[in-house]
Ligand binder design. Structure first.
Ligand code: G6P
Length: 617
């Protein structure tokens, strides 16, 4: 987590960096800071809170002119979020300045050693230790900044994306990466460079970017090509300049009040983009290069293990139902954070599917590395093109949802399910576990989903009315069965994340094994009761809630009459094949959380304590 950014060139660096930090706030927003070099002195401003607070402070505290600078937005790991712990951090002499995303695990031992050499520390951060270690090496070994950074990084254990500035060499910035992402935007004729955790801060300035790989560093100098080298061996590597596909419109709110609402409404488009070129209904085929090229691996797999975190894990749970039903391949779904540490049994006959919106989640990345080490074939389902997970996996399929900026995941979830459904169908066909008529019917059904989502989004006003009645609730229960059990989990997660109301998701039938004790006339229960999914059983569960005076909000199929008579509120979804129903049932739950959160005055796009990209374990 944390976002870092930097600029060196001919423009005023301040607006470039501040704007960039605002775009990176999804990575953390506990505190923010900026360093500018005005040609003479280092100007440093940093503060607890958001980038907007930083802007206020910077106005009065520093001169904001200068053509070189670095900035940071923080998600606290070591040290509480306060002004002192905010980045950038200065070295003891005040000459070196650093911003860091990651964790230096052996910082304590290094700090003790540096204290014996006379260093004192102002903050509780691991980052201040790193900048002083660099300074100590630079002075003691009498080397330039780049070399000192390299030596220091060979001594630290942990993860980092860093940008370091030296007042004595103000025409360069040194960057390095291990475990956390870093992109370098390359300006025309190398006259300017942008540094950022992802490309969004510099998209309006250049489409050319270099993504550093793990254990690589670069010394960035105006007017010169970027030399990328290995931190360990010092070997120069090809600095592969890629053309960015991102555009400015994709990362702006486009008239919506919040990114989350925009992203909810983008789902018909996002799902269509995810199909594009893959679902060829007229030809009756699904084409996915990553699957075709590795078909043998999938067909010979003893089982599929899905690893993911958060919302992506919920998409994995939906996929478990779909893969087992369609392709008859046993599936296990694991929290990446548990999987990586429990010595799992993995063999060469296992296929591991890693799901991640950001492609940067540290636990998912570590789970992939473990699975690879043990010989499994690893397939990635990521949204962010070129992300660490996309690069680390043997093959994969992108979700094409476009940038997701709201911290609570919405369109990433539905497009993950879309990719996984396409995969399951393709494998079912290849294995012969689905008849060709069924296969064609499913292709048609899937292709209709974007239109149905579009139609379903019209329930927004109705859901908003329902939200008004429950905005003061303190607890909420979400129930679903089969394909919609994971949707219940996801609905509860959305509400928790953005409205801070405690919510639990349960398989509907499990309600009587505990949660039923919680039901009284103040407990809203959201039940997914679509017509094809164990409908009668879910109706019985609804009756059980009603007899205990619980308030029922039911998601039903249009035309339903039975549940309508019992429930306090119903939200209708279009008729849909049960296996694809999560793509619809999840939409009203996203809207419900959204409206409740807005009415409770919560920060929908940047909920407290959370971050979009969790690059620490
Ligand atoms: C964070 C985000 C969630 C996301 C999870 C996994 O917790 O706030 O929205 O589901 O990380 O992220 P990933 O990028 O791997 O899907």
């Amino acid at each position: 987590m944390c976002g870092i950014t930097g600029y060196i060139g001919f423009r005023e660096a301040y607006p470039v960096i501040i704007n960039g930090l605002q775009r990176l706030e999804y990575r953390g927003y506990d505190s923010a800071g900026i360093m500018l070099y005005d040609g003479n002195q280092i100007q440093l401003a940093k503060t607890k809170g958001k980038v907007s607070n930083l802007v206020e402070i910077a106005k009065s505290d520093i001169s904001t002119s200068g053509v070189v600078g670095i900035g940071h937005t923080r998600w606290a790991t070591h040290g509480v979020p306060n002004d002192v712990n905010s980045h950038p951090h200065l070295s003891q002499s005040g000459n070196l300045v650093i911003v860091h995303n990651g964790i230096i695990e052996n910082y304590d031992a290094i700090k003790k050693e540096l204290i014996t050499r006379g260093y004192t520390f102002k903050s509780d951060t691991d980052t201040e230790v790193l900048v002083n270690l660099i300074e100590e090496i630079k002075t003691k070994e009498n080397v330039k900044l780049g070399k000192a950074v390299q030596i220091a990084l060979n001594q630290v254990v942990g993860a980092y994306a860093i940008a370091v500035f030296d007042k004595e060499k103000p025409d360069e910035i040194v960057v390095a990466k291990l475990g956390s992402p870093i992109a370098i935007g390359v300006g025309k004729d190398f006259k300017e460079f942008f540094i950022a955790s992802d490309a969004s801060p510099f998209i309006e300035y250049t489409k050319d970017a270099i993504y550093l790989e793990d254990e690589e560093m670069a010394i960035i100098k105006k007017g010169r090509e970027v030399n990328v080298r290995k931190i360990k061996s010092d070997k120069l590597v090809d600095s592969n300049i890629q053309e960015l596909q991102l555009n400015l419109e994709q990362i702006e709110k486009g008239g919506y009040e919040h990114f989350m609402l925009k992203e909810i409404h983008e789902q018909p488009r996002a799902i269509t983009d995810t199909f594009r070129g893959r679902l060829l209904r007229d030809e009756g085929i699904i084409k996915m290069a990553g699957v075709e090229d590795n078909m043998k691996k999938f067909l010979n797999a003893n089982r599929i293990i899905i690893v993911a975190c958060g919302t992506s894990w919920h998409a994995g749970l939906v996929a478990e139902y779909i893969f087992e039903e369609f392709a008859r391949i046993p599936v296990e779904v694991e929290y990446a954070s548990e999987f990586r540490y429990r010595n799992p049994v993995i063999t060469e006959k296992d296929v591991v599917i890693a799901i991640s919106q950001s492609g940067e989640t540290a636990d998912t990345l570590a789970a992939i590395k473990l699975a690879k080490k043990r010989g499994a074939f690893v397939f990635g389902v990521c949204n962010v093109v070129g992300s660490s997970i996309a690069r680390e996996t043997h093959a994969g399929a992108y979700t094409h949802a476009g940038p997701e900026i709201g911290v609570a995941s919405t369109k990433a979830f539905t497009t993950q399910i879309t990719v996984l459904s396409l995969m399951a169908l393709r494998l079912a066909r290849a294995k012969g576990t689905m008849s060709s008529s069924d296969y064609r019917m499913h292709l048609q059904e899937l292709e209709l989903i974007p239109r149905k989502v579009e139609q379903l989004l019209n329930v927004d006003g109705h859901v908003k009315e329902i939200a008004k009645e429950y905005l003061l609730s303190t607890n909420c229960l979400y129930l679903g069965r089969g394909y919609n059990f994971p949707v219940a989990l996801e609905g509860a997660l959305k509400l928790k994340e953005i409205s801070y109301i405690h919510a639990e998701g349960y398989p509907a039938a499990e309600m009587k094994h505990g949660p039923i004790a919680l039901i009284d006339d103040r407990m809203p229960v959201i039940v997914i009761a679509t017509s094809k999914g164990h409908y009668e059983k879910v109706v019985s569960n609804i009756q059980e809630i009603k007899s205990r005076k619980g308030k029922i909000i039911a998601v039903v199929t249009e035309g339903d009459t039975t549940v309508k008579e019992i429930a306090d509120h119903t939200i209708e979804i279009p008729e849909v094949e049960e296996a694809f129903s999560p793509l619809l049932t999840t939409i009203p739950l996203q809207l419900l959380s959204y409206h409740i959160a807005v009415m409770r005055n919560c920060n929908v796009d940047q909920p407290r304590n959370l971050a979009k990209s969790v690059t620490v374990e």
